[in-house]
Design a protein around this ligand. Structure first.
Ligand code: GLC
Length: 404
Protein backbone atom coordinates (compact mmCIF):
# COMPACT_ATOMS: atom_id res chain seq x y z
CA UNK A 1 0.00 0.00 0.00
CA UNK A 2 2.83 2.39 0.91
CA UNK A 3 4.44 1.53 -2.43
CA UNK A 4 1.29 2.22 -4.32
CA UNK A 5 0.77 5.53 -2.55
CA UNK A 6 4.35 6.53 -3.35
CA UNK A 7 3.78 5.76 -7.02
CA UNK A 8 0.62 7.83 -7.05
CA UNK A 9 2.39 10.68 -5.31
CA UNK A 10 5.00 10.64 -8.05
CA UNK A 11 2.35 10.61 -10.78
CA UNK A 12 0.57 13.59 -9.22
CA UNK A 13 3.73 15.59 -8.71
CA UNK A 14 3.93 18.27 -11.39
CA UNK A 15 7.64 19.13 -11.49
CA UNK A 16 9.03 22.59 -12.16
CA UNK A 17 10.06 21.41 -15.64
CA UNK A 18 6.52 20.25 -16.32
CA UNK A 19 5.13 23.56 -15.13
CA UNK A 20 7.41 25.27 -17.62
CA UNK A 21 6.41 22.94 -20.45
CA UNK A 22 2.69 23.26 -19.74
CA UNK A 23 3.04 27.05 -19.66
CA UNK A 24 4.67 26.97 -23.10
CA UNK A 25 2.03 24.69 -24.56
CA UNK A 26 -0.70 26.84 -23.08
CA UNK A 27 0.85 29.94 -24.60
CA UNK A 28 1.00 28.21 -28.02
CA UNK A 29 -2.62 27.08 -27.69
CA UNK A 30 -3.63 30.71 -27.05
CA UNK A 31 -1.93 31.82 -30.26
CA UNK A 32 -3.48 28.96 -32.25
CA UNK A 33 -6.96 29.65 -30.87
CA UNK A 34 -6.73 33.35 -31.70
CA UNK A 35 -5.57 32.53 -35.23
CA UNK A 36 -8.63 30.33 -35.70
CA UNK A 37 -6.50 27.18 -35.81
CA UNK A 38 -7.32 23.97 -34.02
CA UNK A 39 -6.87 24.57 -30.29
CA UNK A 40 -8.33 23.36 -27.00
CA UNK A 41 -8.73 27.05 -26.08
CA UNK A 42 -11.86 28.63 -27.53
CA UNK A 43 -10.54 32.21 -27.09
CA UNK A 44 -14.01 33.78 -27.07
CA UNK A 45 -14.30 37.55 -27.63
CA UNK A 46 -16.23 39.34 -24.89
CA UNK A 47 -16.71 42.65 -26.79
CA UNK A 48 -15.82 44.29 -23.50
CA UNK A 49 -12.92 46.66 -22.74
CA UNK A 50 -11.56 47.27 -19.24
CA UNK A 51 -13.42 49.88 -17.15
CA UNK A 52 -12.00 53.33 -16.57
CA UNK A 53 -12.81 53.38 -12.86
CA UNK A 54 -15.19 56.32 -13.05
CA UNK A 55 -18.28 54.30 -14.04
CA UNK A 56 -21.17 55.07 -11.70
CA UNK A 57 -24.92 54.65 -11.15
CA UNK A 58 -27.35 51.90 -10.11
CA UNK A 59 -27.53 48.62 -11.97
CA UNK A 60 -28.91 45.13 -11.60
CA UNK A 61 -26.53 42.21 -11.79
CA UNK A 62 -27.36 38.56 -12.27
CA UNK A 63 -24.71 36.00 -11.44
CA UNK A 64 -25.53 32.60 -12.91
CA UNK A 65 -22.75 30.11 -12.32
CA UNK A 66 -24.46 26.75 -12.10
CA UNK A 67 -24.83 26.16 -8.37
CA UNK A 68 -26.68 29.27 -7.19
CA UNK A 69 -28.12 32.32 -8.83
CA UNK A 70 -27.48 35.69 -7.26
CA UNK A 71 -29.43 38.81 -8.08
CA UNK A 72 -27.70 41.95 -6.86
CA UNK A 73 -28.80 45.58 -6.97
CA UNK A 74 -25.57 47.56 -7.00
CA UNK A 75 -24.71 51.22 -6.73
CA UNK A 76 -21.40 52.04 -8.37
CA UNK A 77 -19.81 55.06 -6.75
CA UNK A 78 -16.85 55.52 -9.10
CA UNK A 79 -13.20 55.51 -8.03
CA UNK A 80 -13.31 51.75 -7.68
CA UNK A 81 -16.00 51.90 -4.98
CA UNK A 82 -19.43 50.30 -4.88
CA UNK A 83 -22.27 49.49 -2.54
CA UNK A 84 -24.53 46.46 -2.64
CA UNK A 85 -28.01 47.83 -1.99
CA UNK A 86 -29.93 44.54 -2.05
CA UNK A 87 -29.21 40.97 -2.95
CA UNK A 88 -30.91 37.61 -3.14
CA UNK A 89 -29.48 34.22 -3.76
CA UNK A 90 -31.14 30.89 -4.49
CA UNK A 91 -29.86 27.42 -5.30
CA UNK A 92 -30.73 26.07 -8.75
CA UNK A 93 -31.24 22.67 -7.24
CA UNK A 94 -33.13 22.23 -3.99
CA UNK A 95 -34.34 18.71 -3.56
CA UNK A 96 -36.20 19.34 -0.28
CA UNK A 97 -37.80 22.34 -1.95
CA UNK A 98 -38.90 19.99 -4.72
CA UNK A 99 -37.09 21.56 -7.65
CA UNK A 100 -33.99 21.08 -9.78
CA UNK A 101 -33.43 23.44 -12.70
CA UNK A 102 -30.12 21.81 -13.63
CA UNK A 103 -31.37 18.41 -14.82
CA UNK A 104 -32.28 17.19 -18.30
CA UNK A 105 -36.00 16.99 -17.45
CA UNK A 106 -36.36 20.73 -16.96
CA UNK A 107 -36.22 23.31 -19.76
CA UNK A 108 -34.97 26.77 -20.66
CA UNK A 109 -38.27 28.54 -19.99
CA UNK A 110 -38.67 27.00 -16.53
CA UNK A 111 -35.09 27.84 -15.64
CA UNK A 112 -35.23 31.46 -16.81
CA UNK A 113 -38.66 32.08 -15.28
CA UNK A 114 -37.20 31.03 -11.94
CA UNK A 115 -34.27 33.40 -12.44
CA UNK A 116 -36.48 36.29 -13.60
CA UNK A 117 -38.57 36.00 -10.47
CA UNK A 118 -35.48 36.30 -8.25
CA UNK A 119 -34.33 39.35 -10.21
CA UNK A 120 -37.70 41.09 -9.98
CA UNK A 121 -37.88 40.46 -6.22
CA UNK A 122 -34.47 42.05 -5.79
CA UNK A 123 -34.82 44.93 -8.24
CA UNK A 124 -38.21 46.25 -7.22
CA UNK A 125 -38.01 48.56 -10.24
CA UNK A 126 -39.84 51.84 -10.31
CA UNK A 127 -38.18 52.78 -13.55
CA UNK A 128 -36.03 51.23 -16.23
CA UNK A 129 -33.03 49.43 -14.92
CA UNK A 130 -30.10 48.03 -16.90
CA UNK A 131 -28.97 44.54 -16.06
CA UNK A 132 -25.59 42.90 -16.52
CA UNK A 133 -25.67 39.12 -16.73
CA UNK A 134 -22.73 37.00 -15.70
CA UNK A 135 -23.35 33.67 -17.36
CA UNK A 136 -20.50 31.33 -16.53
CA UNK A 137 -20.50 28.92 -19.44
CA UNK A 138 -18.84 28.91 -22.86
CA UNK A 139 -20.72 31.25 -25.19
CA UNK A 140 -20.24 32.31 -28.77
CA UNK A 141 -20.81 36.06 -28.59
CA UNK A 142 -22.12 37.92 -31.60
CA UNK A 143 -22.07 41.18 -29.70
CA UNK A 144 -21.98 42.55 -26.20
CA UNK A 145 -25.56 41.43 -25.49
CA UNK A 146 -25.83 38.38 -27.72
CA UNK A 147 -24.35 35.19 -26.37
CA UNK A 148 -25.18 31.71 -27.63
CA UNK A 149 -24.50 28.90 -25.20
CA UNK A 150 -22.06 26.58 -27.00
CA UNK A 151 -22.44 23.73 -24.52
CA UNK A 152 -23.14 23.30 -20.85
CA UNK A 153 -20.21 22.50 -18.55
CA UNK A 154 -19.99 21.63 -14.82
CA UNK A 155 -22.49 18.77 -15.30
CA UNK A 156 -25.53 21.02 -15.98
CA UNK A 157 -28.07 19.45 -18.34
CA UNK A 158 -31.12 21.78 -18.58
CA UNK A 159 -32.83 21.09 -21.92
CA UNK A 160 -33.25 23.64 -24.68
CA UNK A 161 -30.55 26.15 -23.72
CA UNK A 162 -27.57 24.95 -25.76
CA UNK A 163 -27.39 26.84 -29.04
CA UNK A 164 -29.73 29.58 -27.82
CA UNK A 165 -29.19 33.20 -26.95
CA UNK A 166 -29.25 33.43 -23.17
CA UNK A 167 -30.06 37.11 -22.75
CA UNK A 168 -33.01 36.77 -25.11
CA UNK A 169 -34.31 33.89 -22.96
CA UNK A 170 -33.81 36.08 -19.90
CA UNK A 171 -35.51 39.14 -21.42
CA UNK A 172 -38.49 37.02 -22.51
CA UNK A 173 -38.88 35.60 -19.00
CA UNK A 174 -38.60 39.07 -17.43
CA UNK A 175 -41.37 40.27 -19.78
CA UNK A 176 -43.58 37.28 -18.98
CA UNK A 177 -43.17 37.87 -15.24
CA UNK A 178 -43.94 41.59 -15.38
CA UNK A 179 -40.32 42.73 -15.11
CA UNK A 180 -40.11 44.27 -18.58
CA UNK A 181 -38.57 47.43 -17.11
CA UNK A 182 -35.42 45.48 -16.35
CA UNK A 183 -33.31 45.45 -19.50
CA UNK A 184 -30.49 42.92 -19.94
CA UNK A 185 -27.80 44.90 -21.79
CA UNK A 186 -24.64 42.84 -21.48
CA UNK A 187 -23.67 39.22 -20.97
CA UNK A 188 -20.24 38.18 -19.73
CA UNK A 189 -18.35 35.24 -18.34
CA UNK A 190 -17.55 35.11 -14.59
CA UNK A 191 -13.82 35.30 -15.31
CA UNK A 192 -14.49 38.49 -17.28
CA UNK A 193 -16.59 39.89 -14.42
CA UNK A 194 -13.77 39.13 -12.00
CA UNK A 195 -11.19 40.89 -14.17
CA UNK A 196 -13.49 43.89 -14.72
CA UNK A 197 -14.02 44.22 -10.95
CA UNK A 198 -10.30 44.18 -10.17
CA UNK A 199 -9.55 46.54 -13.07
CA UNK A 200 -12.11 49.02 -11.68
CA UNK A 201 -9.37 50.23 -9.32
CA UNK A 202 -6.21 48.46 -10.49
CA UNK A 203 -4.81 49.31 -13.94
CA UNK A 204 -2.37 46.37 -13.73
CA UNK A 205 -5.20 43.83 -13.58
CA UNK A 206 -5.06 41.95 -16.87
CA UNK A 207 -5.98 38.35 -16.02
CA UNK A 208 -9.21 37.12 -14.43
CA UNK A 209 -9.76 33.60 -13.24
CA UNK A 210 -12.13 31.37 -11.31
CA UNK A 211 -10.90 28.54 -9.09
CA UNK A 212 -14.18 27.27 -7.69
CA UNK A 213 -16.75 24.70 -8.77
CA UNK A 214 -15.37 25.21 -12.27
CA UNK A 215 -12.12 26.63 -13.57
CA UNK A 216 -11.44 29.11 -16.34
CA UNK A 217 -9.29 32.15 -17.15
CA UNK A 218 -9.63 35.29 -19.28
CA UNK A 219 -7.10 37.99 -20.13
CA UNK A 220 -7.06 41.50 -21.47
CA UNK A 221 -5.89 41.61 -25.06
CA UNK A 222 -4.42 45.09 -25.46
CA UNK A 223 -4.09 44.75 -29.22
CA UNK A 224 -7.78 43.99 -29.60
CA UNK A 225 -8.75 46.30 -26.70
CA UNK A 226 -10.95 43.48 -25.49
CA UNK A 227 -11.14 40.85 -22.78
CA UNK A 228 -10.91 37.31 -24.17
CA UNK A 229 -12.54 34.36 -22.40
CA UNK A 230 -10.21 31.44 -23.02
CA UNK A 231 -12.43 28.65 -21.61
CA UNK A 232 -9.16 27.25 -20.32
CA UNK A 233 -10.96 24.48 -18.42
CA UNK A 234 -10.95 22.71 -21.77
CA UNK A 235 -7.14 22.77 -22.04
CA UNK A 236 -5.95 19.21 -22.51
CA UNK A 237 -2.21 19.05 -23.15
CA UNK A 238 -1.56 17.70 -19.69
CA UNK A 239 0.07 14.76 -17.90
CA UNK A 240 -3.01 12.67 -17.06
CA UNK A 241 -3.20 9.63 -14.80
CA UNK A 242 -5.46 6.58 -15.02
CA UNK A 243 -7.70 8.21 -12.37
CA UNK A 244 -8.18 11.28 -14.54
CA UNK A 245 -9.14 9.10 -17.48
CA UNK A 246 -11.57 7.16 -15.34
CA UNK A 247 -13.19 10.33 -13.95
CA UNK A 248 -13.48 11.76 -17.45
CA UNK A 249 -15.22 8.61 -18.69
CA UNK A 250 -17.69 8.72 -15.81
CA UNK A 251 -18.52 12.39 -16.45
CA UNK A 252 -21.36 13.99 -18.39
CA UNK A 253 -19.14 15.03 -21.32
CA UNK A 254 -16.16 12.69 -21.74
CA UNK A 255 -13.23 14.22 -23.60
CA UNK A 256 -14.19 17.79 -22.75
CA UNK A 257 -12.96 20.10 -19.98
CA UNK A 258 -9.97 17.91 -19.18
CA UNK A 259 -8.09 20.58 -17.20
CA UNK A 260 -11.26 21.46 -15.30
CA UNK A 261 -11.73 17.82 -14.33
CA UNK A 262 -8.19 17.75 -12.91
CA UNK A 263 -8.39 20.99 -10.97
CA UNK A 264 -11.89 22.23 -10.15
CA UNK A 265 -14.00 21.87 -7.02
CA UNK A 266 -16.76 20.03 -8.87
CA UNK A 267 -14.32 17.15 -9.43
CA UNK A 268 -11.53 17.05 -6.84
CA UNK A 269 -13.56 15.16 -4.24
CA UNK A 270 -14.56 12.50 -6.76
CA UNK A 271 -10.98 12.22 -7.96
CA UNK A 272 -9.76 11.70 -4.39
CA UNK A 273 -12.50 9.07 -3.97
CA UNK A 274 -11.31 7.12 -7.01
CA UNK A 275 -7.74 7.13 -5.75
CA UNK A 276 -8.80 6.10 -2.25
CA UNK A 277 -10.83 3.19 -3.64
CA UNK A 278 -7.80 1.98 -5.52
CA UNK A 279 -5.22 2.41 -2.75
CA UNK A 280 -7.23 1.27 0.23
CA UNK A 281 -9.67 -1.01 -1.54
CA UNK A 282 -12.37 1.08 0.09
CA UNK A 283 -15.73 1.80 -1.44
CA UNK A 284 -15.78 5.58 -1.37
CA UNK A 285 -17.72 5.88 -4.61
CA UNK A 286 -17.50 9.08 -6.57
CA UNK A 287 -20.21 10.84 -4.64
CA UNK A 288 -19.13 10.12 -1.09
CA UNK A 289 -16.22 12.51 -0.84
CA UNK A 290 -16.78 16.14 -1.74
CA UNK A 291 -14.23 18.86 -2.23
CA UNK A 292 -15.49 20.43 1.02
CA UNK A 293 -14.57 17.15 2.74
CA UNK A 294 -11.05 17.48 1.37
CA UNK A 295 -10.84 20.97 2.87
CA UNK A 296 -12.06 19.66 6.23
CA UNK A 297 -9.56 16.78 6.17
CA UNK A 298 -6.69 19.14 5.36
CA UNK A 299 -7.87 21.45 8.14
CA UNK A 300 -7.44 18.48 10.50
CA UNK A 301 -11.11 18.58 11.44
CA UNK A 302 -11.97 15.41 13.27
CA UNK A 303 -14.85 13.11 12.73
CA UNK A 304 -15.53 13.39 9.00
CA UNK A 305 -14.32 9.88 8.29
CA UNK A 306 -13.36 6.79 10.23
CA UNK A 307 -10.04 7.15 12.03
CA UNK A 308 -8.46 4.47 9.85
CA UNK A 309 -9.41 6.34 6.69
CA UNK A 310 -8.31 9.78 7.88
CA UNK A 311 -4.57 9.44 7.42
CA UNK A 312 -4.74 8.01 3.93
CA UNK A 313 -7.35 10.48 2.82
CA UNK A 314 -5.22 13.36 4.07
CA UNK A 315 -2.30 12.19 1.90
CA UNK A 316 -4.58 11.92 -1.11
CA UNK A 317 -6.28 15.25 -0.47
CA UNK A 318 -2.88 16.95 -0.23
CA UNK A 319 -1.71 15.58 -3.54
CA UNK A 320 -4.81 16.35 -5.62
CA UNK A 321 -4.99 19.85 -4.15
CA UNK A 322 -1.32 20.58 -4.76
CA UNK A 323 -1.50 19.27 -8.32
CA UNK A 324 -4.55 21.40 -9.00
CA UNK A 325 -2.82 24.57 -7.82
CA UNK A 326 0.37 23.85 -9.79
CA UNK A 327 -1.49 23.10 -13.02
CA UNK A 328 -3.54 26.25 -12.67
CA UNK A 329 -0.38 28.26 -11.95
CA UNK A 330 1.24 26.82 -15.09
CA UNK A 331 -1.64 28.16 -17.19
CA UNK A 332 -1.33 31.59 -15.54
CA UNK A 333 2.33 31.56 -16.40
CA UNK A 334 1.48 30.63 -19.99
CA UNK A 335 -0.97 33.52 -20.16
CA UNK A 336 1.58 36.04 -18.85
CA UNK A 337 4.15 34.70 -21.35
CA UNK A 338 1.67 35.37 -24.12
CA UNK A 339 0.85 38.93 -23.03
CA UNK A 340 4.33 39.95 -21.93
CA UNK A 341 7.02 37.42 -22.99
CA UNK A 342 9.91 39.24 -21.28
CA UNK A 343 7.92 39.98 -18.16
CA UNK A 344 8.59 43.68 -18.25
CA UNK A 345 5.31 44.82 -16.67
CA UNK A 346 3.33 44.26 -13.49
CA UNK A 347 0.40 41.88 -13.76
CA UNK A 348 -2.46 41.43 -11.35
CA UNK A 349 -4.33 38.15 -11.60
CA UNK A 350 -7.84 38.62 -10.19
CA UNK A 351 -9.06 35.36 -8.66
CA UNK A 352 -12.43 34.36 -7.30
CA UNK A 353 -13.80 31.00 -6.24
CA UNK A 354 -14.16 28.81 -3.19
CA UNK A 355 -11.17 26.63 -3.94
CA UNK A 356 -8.79 29.58 -3.98
CA UNK A 357 -10.43 31.23 -1.03
CA UNK A 358 -11.00 28.27 1.25
CA UNK A 359 -8.91 25.23 0.37
CA UNK A 360 -6.00 25.01 2.85
CA UNK A 361 -2.68 25.60 1.11
CA UNK A 362 -4.17 26.31 -2.30
CA UNK A 363 -3.29 29.99 -2.67
CA UNK A 364 0.18 29.31 -1.23
CA UNK A 365 0.90 26.57 -3.80
CA UNK A 366 -0.08 28.84 -6.69
CA UNK A 367 2.11 31.63 -5.39
CA UNK A 368 5.09 29.36 -4.74
CA UNK A 369 4.82 27.85 -8.23
CA UNK A 370 4.73 31.29 -9.85
CA UNK A 371 7.61 32.54 -7.74
CA UNK A 372 9.86 29.62 -8.61
CA UNK A 373 9.04 29.99 -12.28
CA UNK A 374 9.66 33.75 -12.42
CA UNK A 375 12.89 33.62 -10.42
CA UNK A 376 14.48 37.05 -10.22
CA UNK A 377 11.28 38.64 -11.40
CA UNK A 378 9.23 37.32 -8.52
CA UNK A 379 6.74 39.95 -7.49
CA UNK A 380 5.89 41.04 -11.05
CA UNK A 381 2.84 38.79 -10.94
CA UNK A 382 0.41 39.48 -8.12
CA UNK A 383 -2.58 37.38 -7.14
CA UNK A 384 -5.59 39.23 -5.81
CA UNK A 385 -8.67 37.65 -4.29
CA UNK A 386 -11.60 39.43 -5.94
CA UNK A 387 -14.64 38.33 -4.02
CA UNK A 388 -18.04 38.53 -5.69
CA UNK A 389 -16.27 39.74 -8.81
CA UNK A 390 -18.78 38.04 -11.05
CA UNK A 391 -21.75 39.97 -9.61
CA UNK A 392 -20.09 43.37 -9.23
CA UNK A 393 -18.36 42.94 -12.60
CA UNK A 394 -21.74 42.52 -14.30
CA UNK A 395 -22.89 45.86 -12.84
CA UNK A 396 -19.66 47.57 -13.94
CA UNK A 397 -20.10 46.08 -17.42
CA UNK A 398 -23.67 47.44 -17.55
CA UNK A 399 -22.26 50.87 -16.63
CA UNK A 400 -19.70 50.61 -19.43
CA UNK A 401 -22.58 49.94 -21.85
CA UNK A 402 -24.69 52.77 -20.40
CA UNK A 403 -21.81 55.14 -21.09
CA UNK A 404 -21.56 54.01 -24.73
C1 GLC B 1 -16.67 26.40 -16.50
C2 GLC B 1 -17.32 27.25 -17.59
C3 GLC B 1 -16.64 28.61 -17.68
C4 GLC B 1 -16.61 29.26 -16.30
C5 GLC B 1 -15.96 28.33 -15.28
C6 GLC B 1 -15.94 28.91 -13.87
O1 GLC B 1 -15.37 26.11 -16.89
O2 GLC B 1 -17.25 26.58 -18.84
O3 GLC B 1 -17.32 29.44 -18.59
O4 GLC B 1 -15.90 30.47 -16.38
O5 GLC B 1 -16.65 27.09 -15.27
O6 GLC B 1 -17.22 29.14 -13.39
Amino acid sequence: MADKLARIQAAFNVTDEEVDRIADRFCQAMAAGLAGQFSPLKMLPSFLDKPQGSESGCYMALDFGGTNIRAVYVELLGGGQWRVVRKNSAPLKHLQGGYDYTGADTNAEELFDFIAEAIINTANPQRELLLGHTFSFPCRQLGINEALLINWTKEIRTAGVEGREVNRLLAESLNRQGGGGIKPCVVLNDTVGTLVTAAYDDPNADIGTICGTGHNTCYYDAERAMIINMESGNFDELPVTAYDRNLDELSEKPGQQRLEKMVAGRYLGALAGLIADDVFGAEFSRERITTEDLAAILNQQEGCFAAGEEWGLRQIAALVVRRSARLVAATFLGTVRFIDPLLTKQHTIAIDGSLYEKMPGYAGHIEATLNTATGKKTGQIKLRLTKDGSGIGAAIAAAIIARR
